[in-house]
Design a protein around this ligand. Sequence first.
Ligand SMILES: *Cc1c(COP(=O)(O)O)cnc(C)c1O
Length: 387
Amino acid sequence: MNFYKSRRIKQLPPYLFVELDRKKAEAVSRGVDVIDLGIGDPDLPTPDFIVKSMAEAVQRPEYHRYPSSAGMASFRKAAARWCKKRFGLDLDADTQVTALVGSKEAIAHFPLAFVDPGDTVLVPTPGYPVYHIGTLFCGGNTHYLPLLRENDFLPDIDSIPEDVLQGARILWLNYPNNPTAALATKDFFAKVVDFAREHEIIICHDAAYSEMTFDGYRAPSFLETPGAMDVGIEFHSLSKTYNMTGWRIGFAVGHPELVGALKKVKSNVDSGQFEAVQDAAVTALDSDQSCVEEMRRIYTERRDTLVSGLRDLGLDAPYPKATFYVWTPVPDGYGSQEFSNFLLEKAGIVCTPGNGFGEPGEGFVRMALTVPADRLKLAIDRMKAVL
Ligand SMILES: *Cc1c(COP(=O)(O)O)cnc(C)c1O
């Protein structure tokens, strides 16, 4: 039989990492000792005290039944406490917090509540692919906002044409940013609040990297901005903060109507996250956060190893203050794709071509600090031999 495929599926761009995985597998099969700086997935294990908490929780029969889709009260309260301690936010755990099965699903699902076919969603590029995919699944139109080095990788919201703004429902933001490692300033967030009010556009802030920060830098929550709680929702994830990508746990916080609508969508799609996972997440959020400090120390060392090496090679790589990505300009004479192919073929190093995250990412590659410092040093030595 001929299976008819929906337009939304046929319109999907190829998943960014499929091609990269194929090339990597090919190199591995040729016996190359590949150094993989491609994918943003922590190589370090989940801290032991969180694993132990899960091991206990999994034995409790009351957790074996369907969870509530919005999350256990104890989890939502822990998320609210964490947001209070970390950002000074006052959140009502019943109406302003919902649990997520990882933040990716919520980023994909949120537009179902606010975007009709033909509506517009403002999406930064280069960026996390899911902002566009969620729009596409609703039949919405993505209007891309380029993130350029000359603007410190902040979107120029003043230059969006009036007719685009007319039909725009959502603006996505993500700081600290994947893939550029850029930071948002408080002034920028203040400007975004004014913009949201003036044009009645919902602000969705993806805060997946809020804790992965270095050199004493502390990333603000968008919701700390005066007035932001009236216009926005923020997506938090335990994935990168506690090395819990496989566990699938996060939370969204913000305006009660935005959180409420997301809960409504989710209650019709998923049945919540396993309560034992939520219980372990409470342990993580309520902990003294020394494991986060340790994570920062490790990535700082790796960052310094990789970036100082790249600079020795004459590459204009900045020291990122946040995220585990080094957004590196490619050497003169190369394109993004060409340079990443070159690194894989000549040096056995996988990195992601910047234009894979969107055309304005051309001229950059993204290197993830997800291998130990000695392997990063080896990567630099290999690059020195071929560049
Ligand atoms: C890793 C990442 C996420 C989310 O991860 P989950 O594991 O789904 O919580 C969200 N946004 C960005 C930009 C990311 O890099």
